[in-house]
Design a protein around this ligand. Structure first.
Ligand SMILES: *Cc1c(COP(=O)(O)O)cnc(C)c1O
Length: 327
């Protein structure tokens, strides 16, 4: 069964619903980043960084989780939610669950980013470590949710989640109505799908470009093939570590996405370094992927006012060391 995508009315309602519970994050420009893009070959590109790394819980996902949980019935809230995540979806669900008073269990793949695991636990959620990959954690979360009659919250096939996430793009287009292109990292595709919905409705001139890690290309390959595919899932950027395409978000991306780029993990690490040194901001790997795409596919962005979504900042210490050691 096809899940219908949210409408712009849903996004506007979400914006009202979550106001005060999320940050209106800055959309900032940096001369030094523009110079890096120019040196890389994107001559005259002007980058506008949407700082969702400064969002509550350190990533844009809080917007979606709050919009979803605030609409659950009292009865459903009492039964609680189960999620599966490498970290940021988990933190967002735990944050929203605490806000509405719902029990929350998160299944994470073994050896999670310690920053994210700690944050989920300190938000009061139960953490279960299971399997090596997100797909293993997902299967276990499905069993737990069925056993407990709890609500399983998918990472992407959730219209309320996509509508909430879309408030980031709405906000950005309000802050910077003159963008030519918007570059968005993709894992399950909620962020990029949301950007597509909003841009198509309120700024159809704006091209939306998706970016995925070459080591985990399921959404990219699904989009190019026009069917839902599973793919190897080996990126270090755990926010992008997804091994399959999702029906709802692929449907939106197919209708509206103008291009889909792949970046390798080392380019992501170099982009994290660029954020640290040229913008004095902390991006996790997934958060730096969109900048990595601009720096590695510069011709596409020359002369363009380019919105770059810095989607999250929950980098582990090891990750930051690697970024600073990169050249
Ligand atoms: C989840 C996440 C992504 C990918 O978003 P999707 O909506 O799954 O495509 C990108 N960056 C960060 C920081 C994330 O947490």
């Amino acid at each position: 069964m096809d899940i219908p995508p949210p409408t712009v009315a849903d996004v506007l309602a979400a914006q009202r619903r979550i106001e005060g519970l999320v940050e209106r994050t800055p959309a900032s420009t940096y001369t030094e980043l523009d110079r890096l893009a120019d040196d890389a070959g994107a001559s005259g590109a002007r980058l506008v960084i949407k700082h969702e790394n400064l969002q509550r819980t350190g990533a844009f996902k809080a917007r979606g989780a709050l919009n979803l949980l605030l609409q659950m019935s009292d009865d459903a809230r009492r039964r609680g939610i189960v999620g599966y995540s490498t970290g940021n979806h988990a933190q967002a669900l735990a944050y929203a669950a605490r806000h509405v008073g719902a029990p929350c269990t998160i299944v994470m793949p073994m050896a999670p980013n310690p920053v994210k695991e700690r944050a989920v636990r300190s938000l009061g959620a139960d953490v279960v470590l299971h399997g090596d990959r997100l797909e293993d954690a997902c299967a276990h979360a499905e069993r737990l949710a069925a056993d407990r009659s709890a609500r399983l919250v998918s990472a992407a096939d959730e219209p309320d989640l996509v509508a909430g996430v879309a408030t980031a793009t709405l906000e950005l287009l309000q802050q910077r109505p003159d963008l030519d292109v918007l570059v968005v990292p993709v894992g399950g595709g909620s962020g990029a799908g949301a950007a597509c919905l909003v841009a198509a409705a309120v700024a159809p001139r704006v091209r939306v470009v998706g970016v995925q890690a070459a080591a985990s290309p399921a959404a990219h390959d699904s989009w190019r093939a026009g069917e839902l595919l599973t793919r190897p899932n080996a990126t270090r950027a755990e926010g992008l570590a997804v091994g399959r395409g999702f029906a709802l978000t692929q449907r939106i991306l197919r209708a509206h996405l103008s291009d889909f780029l792949l970046v390798d993990d080392d380019a992501i690490t170099r982009a994290q370094r660029a954020y640290l040194t040229a913008a004095r901001t902390v991006a996790e790997g997934a958060g730096a992927a969109a900048l990595a795409a601009v720096l590695t596919h510069p011709a596409l962005f020359a002369g363009a006012r380019t919105g770059v979504v810095c989607s999250g900042g929950n980098a582990s210490e090891a990750e930051l060391r690697r970024a600073l050691a990169s050249t």
